[in-house]
Design a protein around this ligand. Structure first.
Ligand code: GLY
Length: 557
């Protein structure tokens, strides 16, 4: 008789496990979430269990992006099937198209970015509840408890968080009467224990009552009262009506692999699919361009022009706007589009039209469990620390996601992205996103889990992480640390790039007519399978922590 003994071995913090062993891995944006997610996996939880626990921990320890006051997307590969959960924020019922315009029809600066009117209805708690209902294996309360403990007992503040919060408090003070960030986070000190009793209370409600602990009852009343007192729009009815939605992920073949990625209301999956496919069609067939050379950056900037022209015109919430997903990623369309690429010079920006007919913050984590299931989860309150508004009595930061709508056609949002009718504000609508949690499958097995923060540069970070693995054979740490670059049609002929890009390449591109702008990029978190083994890596410049967990081989008796 055969019986299987599952014994868990030590948690390894080196990125390679011995061949033949079963492995799991996490790549997380901070060490608290890495510890909790790693322990859940080690104790027999699956990737979704670890993701839920990590999401709540990040709401406590990474307040600039981790959240219960925001939203996100979770991409799941489980038991050989893919599932995509949209827990994006939604415009409240009282929102309307012109809510950010003055009486002359001009956009009121900052109104969609700071203060009480910047927030959509949060989706995170519903998202985690739905994910647990469909895919979780451990009791809900056990997954929320680590976050309750960290909020109630406190944690030692990492130096980068203390620095960021202090400077943000100075920056945001006085932006809008409702901004109260400084009172909650203005005095953080590196190394000092920071407790959040109001947040702990809110998390206890979620632990005990699930999604109802946030969207109904005491917390919902606190949110609605706070909104009324500060002339905000979100009501108890809005909260009770919020639903996270299961959607079909974007799935497309690329080379001998399958790219699985975020569907609308994210623009990310469509954009990455277009970017990879056009790259293949436009690159010299004999051999790839040299990595991060002038020719490589120019080719991918040319693709980016087309990708972002389509994004501005065709993409929005699919419940409100008929997004032509299949046409945008079809081989015929992408082939025609790639034919417009000029490898010798910069295409004239205004003439690049949509093709069919016509500190930035967010955070990401990647998880693979011992059974080969994977979660790729990107979550956000939009810009760092969201709207700068903490719900008093509930202790959490509200998002400023309304800025991801197009306030007015032709006027760029905080990420420089343009939009039109497809992404205008409407009650109950979800704002277009660039969040791109992605999984690359080969022969049905996870080859890569990737994702990043960074507004519109999320898309760039993800497709470049894929090329860095597949085209250039990099290991996980090289993938996240190699300099990235971004072009999105507007501002005209501008390439943003990460420090470390060769200065001769910068000069070469300037010589072609590009404006070169050094910029920070998102904190990539990747897990890859190379030579049959998992590797996990977090960008060296960030607060991230990653690890591979080795389990004993299955013992056969
Ligand atoms: N808030 C950034 C995004 O969703 O694209």
């Amino acid at each position: 008789m055969r019986s299987v003994i599952l014994s868990l071995l030590l948690l390894m913090t080196v990125p390679v496990a011995l061949a033949g062993e079963r492995e799991a891995a996490v790549a997380m944006p901070d060490r608290f979430s890495a510890e909790v997610a790693g322990a859940i996996l080690q104790n027999g939880g699956n990737a979704v269990d670890a993701a839920i626990a990590a999401q709540f921990v990040l709401a406590v320890t990474l307040p600039e992006a981790g959240n219960i006051g925001g939203g996100g997307f979770m991409l799941i590969h489980k038991d050989g099937k893919q599932d995509f959960l949209d827990y994006r924020e939604m415009a409240p019922a009282a929102a309307h198209r012109d809510m950010y315009l003055d009486k002359d029809g001009e956009v009121i600066p900052d109104l969609s970015v700071y203060g009480i009117l910047a927030s959509g209805i949060p989706g995170t708690v519903q998202g985690m509840w739905q994910a647990h209902h469909r895919h979780g294996s451990m009791p809900w309360a056990e997954l929320v408890q680590p976050a309750v403990d960290l909020a109630a007992k406190g944690f030692a503040v990492p130096e980068p968080l203390a620095r960021y919060a202090t400077s943000y408090a100075r920056h945001v003070g006085g932006k809008h009467p409702s901004v109260n960030f400084g009172r909650y986070f203005g005095e953080l000190e590196a190394g000092k224990v920071f407790r959040q009793p109001e947040l702990a209370q809110t998390l206890k409600g979620i632990r005990d009552d699930g999604a109802d602990g946030f969207y109904r009852g005491e917390t919902a009343k606190i949110i609605a009262r706070f909104m009324r007192e500060n002339r905000g729009l979100i009501t108890e009815k809005d909260l009770a009506a919020y639903q996270a939605k299961w959607r079909e992920p974007i799935v497309t073949n690329w080379r001998d692999m399958q790219l699985v990625s975020a569907a609308p209301p994210s623009s990310g999956g469509i954009a990455v699919a277009q970017w990879l496919k056009m790259y293949d069609l436009a690159r010299p067939p004999e051999e790839p361009p040299v990595h991060n050379s002038v020719a490589y950056l120019h080719l991918l900037a040319e693709v980016g022009k087309r990708v972002f022209a389509d994004r501005a015109e065709y993409l929005g919430d699919p419940d409100f706007y008929d997004v032509p997903v299949a046409r945008l990623i079809s081989d015929q369309y992408v082939e025609r589009r790639s034919g417009e690429i000029n490898l010798a010079a910069i295409s004239d920006t205004p003439s690049v039209k949509p093709g069919l007919t016509e500190s930035e913050e967010t955070t990401h984590f990647s998880i693979v469990d011992q059974w080969g299931n994977a979660v790729s989860n990107t979550t956000t309150i939009n810009l760092g620390f969201g709207s700068g508004v903490v719900v008093e009595g509930a202790g959490f930061l509200l998002n400023d996601e309304m800025d991801d709508f197009s306030a007015k056609p032709g006027v760029a949002n905080a990420f420089g992205a343009l939009g039109g009718v497809a992404n205008e504000v409407q009650p109950g609508k979800r704002m277009l996103s660039s969040m791109t949690p992605s999984i690359l499958l080969q022969d049905g097995q996870v080859r890569m889990v990737s994702g990043s923060p960074g507004g519109t540069t999320i898309i760039t970070s993800v497709y470049q992480s894929i090329l860095n693995l597949v085209e250039f054979g990099m290991d996980a740490q090289q993938i996240v640390d190699t300099p990235r670059f971004h072009h999105q049609l507007w501002p005209k002929d501008t390439i943003r790039y990460q420090a470390g890009l060769d200065s001769s390449v910068v000069k070469g591109l300037q010589g072609m007519g590009y404006r070169m702008q050094e910029n920070g990029f998102g904190d990539l978190q990747v897990i890859v399978r190379r030579n049959g083994e998992l590797e996990a890596a977090s960008q060296s410049t960030g607060r991230g922590a990653s690890r591979v967990i080795a389990f004993a081989p299955l013992a056969v008796q």
